[in-house]
Design a protein around this ligand. Structure first.
Ligand code: DHB
Length: 397
């Protein structure tokens, strides 16, 4: 095999999704060099549909750091959500409860803005690489070896190695079993997600609990809508016709108020996996993990991307101190500071999930308790405020 071309940089980043690119962008603002690589092509990442809700601080991060203002012009501010059960909608007024909003702005657009900003600012990002391995993660010059999109062997040597390489992370596995803890929770269902060519059915999101299971009405643009409904994790999307999908969604949303979804051609169908996962610690030697590489949440509540960006905020701060001020003790703070929020978000995503989904094993007691829980949340300001606070995002510790 040909000898690799060696690139030296300060921070080597495995994964050029939103977490990796945001980190690279923020580091560049502080004058810290980085190189980011990704197995996927730029096009493949752009075409992967993920969640669409940004917390207040995620929006601020994109705008204030100069990535793009597009979220403010093309995104939609949401000042609340609807919780719907027993066929009745209840608005959770985020502005009134906690003075905050969220923004409907799809993850693919966040990625496009970040990739465009890195290109504009001359950032070194290599998409479409293969055979990625990481080496010497506990040494002073950790490395990333890969084959670039042109077939050339490459090696990056850096001071700090970042694993922002998603839920199938190769970096995560570098932490020896004896020195890591993994926490899992499986759920006995998944989400069936669709993109449909249809007008909006509601101005904000509707999270619905029905006896047939959960459904979520979200949006993308004036003419493209995103919706999800709880399904079996083994569900095959090709077994469902457009008509069956609309019937299922309509029956989960039905109520005495006569609410009906506006239907249209379904452009895409996917089953979304569902699990809660955390690996600790998030730092091992000179390698630090961010985003899905260290934790995944079930999609209910749209925390995944927001949590990755929150990791990056803390990571940028500790790397700045380590690199610019030689304060390597700062690195020790990364795991506890990031995990504080990770576990809050794990609880919130788990709570939204179990409060709204139908469990085939639920007893009559379980079902009445779940409805009592929902009435407690919507029935008083104290009940609603936690949801509003968690949904719009906690301040960074
Ligand atoms: C979306 C996805 C979510 O998981 C969620 O909780 C809210 C919105 C979305 O894709 O729009």
């Amino acid at each position: 095999m040909a000898r690799p071309t060696i690139t030296r940089t300060t921070v080597g980043i495995v994964g050029a999704g939103p977490a990796g690119l945001m980190l690279s962008h923020l580091l560049a603002l502080s004058g810290i060099e980085s190189v980011a690589i990704d197995r996927r092509t730029r096009r493949e990442i752009e075409e992967t549909h993920r969640a669409g809700i940004l917390e207040r601080d995620s929006v601020r991060m994109l705008v204030d750091s100069g990535v793009s203002n597009r979220v403010l012009t093309d995104g939609h501010e949401h000042k609340g959500i609807d919780l719907r059960f027993d066929g009745v909608s209840h608005r959770i007024d985020f502005q009134g409860l906690v003075g905050a909003s969220t923004w409907l702005y799809p993850q693919t657009d966040v990625f496009i803005d970040l990739a465009t900003a890195r290109e504009r600012d001359g950032g070194d990002v290599r998409f479409g690489v293969s055979d990625t391995t990481v080496v010497d993660v506990t040494g002073s010059q950790p490395g990333i070896r890969f084959t670039d999109a042109a077939g050339q062997a490459q090696e990056i040597r850096c001071e700090y190695l970042i694993g922002a390489d998603g839920s199938h992370s190769v970096c995560r596995k570098e932490i020896p079993q004896a020195q890591r803890r993994q926490f899992f929770r499986e759920y006995p269902f998944a989400w069936f997600g669709i993109l449909a060519q249809a007008p909006m059915s509601a101005p904000e999101l509707i999270y619905t609990r029905s006896d047939r299971g959960f459904a979520l009405i979200s949006q993308r643009t004036e003419s493209v809508q995103r919706m999800y409904f709880q399904c079996a994790s083994t569900e095959n999307v090709d077994d469902w016709s457009d008509e069956q999908i609309w019937d299922e969604l309509q029956s989960r949303l039905a109520g005495d108020d006569g609410f009906a979804l506006k239907e249209g051609a379904i452009m895409e169908k996917t089953v979304l996996p569902f699990r809660s996962f955390v690996q600790e610690p998030m730092r091992y030697g000179n390698m630090l993990l961010a985003g899905d590489a260290a934790h995944t949440v079930p999609p209910t509540g749209a925390k995944g991307l927001n949590l990755a960006l929150a990791d990056v905020r803390v990571l940028t701060e500790v790397l700045e101190r380590a690199v610019l001020k030689n304060d390597t003790d700062a690195l020790d703070q990364y795991t506890p500071r990031a995990l504080d929020r990770v576990w809050k978000a794990q609880h919130f995503s788990y709570w939204m999930t179990t409060m709204l989904h139908a469990d085939a094993d639920a007893s009559p007691f379980d079902i009445q308790r779940q409805l009592g829980e929902l009435r407690s949340v919507v029935g008083s300001e104290a009940g609603s405020r936690y949801l509003a606070e968690a949904y719009t995002g906690w301040p960074t510790a």
